[in-house]
Every structure is written in C-alpha cells, then in structure tokens.
Ligand binder design. Sequence first.
Ligand SMILES: Nc1nc2c(ncn2[C@@H]2O[C@H](COP(=O)(O)OP(=O)(O)OP(=O)(O)O)[C@@H](O)[C@H]2O)c(=O)[nH]1
Length: 302
Amino acid sequence: MTSCSELVSFVNEEDQRYLADAACRIEKLLISRTAMPLRPEGLSPDLQAFAEKFDHLLEAMEALRRFAIALGNGDLSHEPPKRLHLLDSLKQLQANLRHLTWQTLEVAAGNFDQQVDFLGEFSAAFNKMVEGLREKRTAEEQMRHLSLHDALTGLYNRTFFNEEIERLRLSPDYPVSFLIADLDDLKPVNDTYGHQVGDLLIQTAARLLEHGVRGEDSVVRVGGDEFTIILYGTDRTTANAVLDRIRTALHAYNRRNESLSIHMSLGTATAQDDADLEDALRRADEAMYQDKVQRKEKLRNG
Ligand SMILES: Nc1nc2c(ncn2[C@@H]2O[C@H](COP(=O)(O)OP(=O)(O)OP(=O)(O)O)[C@@H](O)[C@H]2O)c(=O)[nH]1
C-alpha cells in the first residue's frame, strides 16, 4: 500500500502546483467567491483525470453560486443550467416564488381566493394576510350596503338615489323614466293602529313596487312613505304601462287584504336626456300629487 509521503513523492512539480491551486479554489468556494475551473496541463495521468472531474465540480458550484445570489436578490428571471441536480431545491424555490408573485398580483387585483401552501411558515403568514383583506372587504361591502339601503324595507335609500342621479347625468342610456309612489293616509294608520302597523304597510308597499318592475330598475325609499322607481331605458308609454301594472297589483292585494289595505298615489314622467332629469322628477312628483288629490276627492264624494 502506498503511504502519504510516497504519494507526494510521485507528483511532479506541475501536479504540486495544481493541488495547491485546487486547495485555494476550494477555500474560495467556501467563503463564497468566484471559483473558475483550473484547466491545467502537464499533469501526471492520474491527476489529469481527477482534474477534469474537479473542474466539472467547480463549474457546477459556480452556477449554484450565481443562481443562489440571483435568487437572494429577488431576481426570478435568472435561468439556471439544465440538468444540474445540485440546484433542484433552489429551482423549486424559484418556481414557488414565481407562482407566489403571480398570486400576490392576483390579491392586489382583488382576488382574495389565493391560498399558499408550499412555503412553510410564510404560507401561514400570507394566508392570514389574505384572510384579513377578505374580512376587511366584506366589512366594507356591508358598510357600503348599509349606507345605500333602507333598514326597514331593504330598498335603496336617498343616498343611493342622489348618487344614481349623478351617475345618470353622465349616462348615455336615455330615455329614463321615474315613477313616484306615496302612501295615502299613513298618519291615520299610525295613529289608529300604531307605528308597527304603519311599518308593515311601508314594507308591503315596498314589496309590491319591487315586484312590479324589472330586476335592473332601482326601487328607492326616498322618504318616510315616499318611493321613487328609476326605470332605465324606459320611454313614457312603457312607464305608464308599469304604473298600470302596479295599480292592478295593488287592487289585487287589497282584495285579498281588506283589513289592512294599501293606498298609494302614483305618477310618472320621462327624461329624454340628462338636462331633463330634474324637470322629469318634478313632473313625476306633480303627477303623483294630482293623483293623490283626485283619489282623495273621489273618496270624499264616496
Ligand atoms: N310607521 C311609520 N310611519 C312613518 C315612517 N316614516 C314616516 N312615517 C309617517 O308617515 C307619515 C307621512 O306623512 P304624510 O305623507 O304627510 O302623511 P299621510 O298620512 O300619508 O298623508 P297623505 O300622503 O297626504 O295621504 C307621517 O305621519 C310620518 O310620521 C316609518 O318609517 N314608519
């Protein structure tokens, strides 16, 4: 068997220089500096074969070093050499970070269905953050819903109505018709049967109005016993047909509920363009008022 000292005596001067250089490259690698292959010449045959393998190792370590530095700097575009298994876990990390980048952009765009389960502790933190954002959005949506809806009837409220009128000023979808409805004699109902019964009348009127129009129309409780329906893209003839339909539904309801019948005055008007909005609202209100006067007169005359 060859002893260490005998081995050393085999090597020639080139070999000795090479081994010293190789040791120096390994040291460089360990302190994470560039370690380029040595590509030596004039080595003894045994060491030549070793040197070729050692150069391959240095090349692989250099690729690993560059890739790790890029990844550490957040550069996800650095393409590592193919078939270098030494890099497999770092390549996996790069793929995960690329996917995470996409998921983060999705969250930024409001898609809170994103869930991470491939990055250990970070996954839990990310998922908690997304859940927090989801809860915050739900709370904001609830607040927004409350701010635009009436608690008693669930219909839109005046805040919504004002916003909608502003939106209609910029809308190209004309004509727009308004249908105004106002309960008759709610005060005597409140005074005689109590406010709860008055509330029930308001709620029932809300449902009747809602069922008389399309889902895309906006039924708004603009005040105590006053409602305005916005009929989008609706001309005067159709608006009058809607009014007749609601009146028919009211009659049918009252025939079934004689003890607590609902009486409403109704009026419509149509805006041909945005400049006509305010005046159309005024005309609809005037038509409703005329209806109320006539109905009361009719009642008085029996
Ligand atoms: N129960 C109940 N009453 C309400 C509510 N909001 C407003 N009112 C009452 O509704 C009445 C509305 O006033 P008016 O429209 O002038 O009274 P009205 O008796 O309906 O008279 P006409 O509209 O002229 O037929 C008032 O007495 C209000 O107190 C509510 O949320 N619930």
